[in-house]
Write a protein that binds this ligand. Structure first.
Ligand code: CA
Length: 222
């Protein structure tokens, strides 16, 4: 299980990233300041570091410089609200491995995390998930029911994957929203209900149970 350090002062984003990483089988730790983050990074206990550039006590770049002065190996992914290409290029030149511009969807960050981790550490979760006749292949992004391919849009696929990785568990609209649509999405939106309806139409209503006042549960029908 890979340990990942998240250096991010904005609590909403830090917890959104941490929850997603935990669900994907990683072990996240949050640091809310450059001082704490830089210190933790230098303990050498983390396989990957996610670093926000806009920290309250110092610039993310100076934290990065401190990390890189002793550790040139651990991959660092920068989170930045600054969309200017100059900052990004500067970050990559200063020893960051990749970057994400905010706002981002969790799945995009997860893909970068997996890419940057050593190959043996990336098998955090299975690529093919099966429940009886239903099969989802996360690498080829294909879904099959009774051996027949189901045509799902990217969002439908993301939602199906979120359900299939948490079978039997009630997932709230909020959890599904942040997992599939991103933290910047309006929590009052009914988009989750709309997409669950799409999945029910394509896969079968019996797979998705509405849990009143709580959310939805995915289960193999008996
Ligand atoms: Ca920040």
């Amino acid at each position: 299980m890979s340990r990942i350090l998240i250096i991010e002062d904005e609590e909403r984003i830090a917890s959104f990233v941490a929850k997603g990483l935990k669900a994907a089988g990683f072990q996240p730790t949050i640091a809310a300041t450059g001082l704490e983050g830089g210190y933790l990074a230098q303990t050498g206990e983390f396989e990957l570091i996610i670093l926000d550039l806009g920290l309250p006590d110092e610039d993310g770049f100076s934290v990065l410089a401190r990390i890189r002065s002793t550790d040139t190996e651990t991959p660092v992914i920068i989170l930045t609200a600054r969309s200017s290409i100059d900052d990004t290029v500067a970050g990559l030149e200063n020893g960051a491995d990749d970057y994400m511009a905010k706002p981002f969807r969790f799945e995009e960050l997860l893909a970068r995390v997996r890419l940057r981790l050593r190959p043996q550490a990336t098998v955090a979760e299975d690529q093919v998930i099966r429940f009886g006749p239903l099969e989802l292949d996360a690498s080829s992004r294909r879904t099959r029911l009774d051996g027949r391919e189901i045509d799902l849009s990217a969002r439908e696929f993301g939602l199906a994957e979120a359900f299939m990785r948490n079978p039997g568990q009630v997932l709230s609209r909020e959890q599904l929203l942040s997992r599939v649509w991103g933290y910047d999405f309006d929590p009052g939106s009914n988009v989750v209900d709309v997409y669950v309806r799409y999945l029910r139409n394509k896969i079968g209503a019996e797979w998705f149970t509405t849990v009143r006042g709580m959310g939805y549960r995915f289960e193999e029908p008996v």
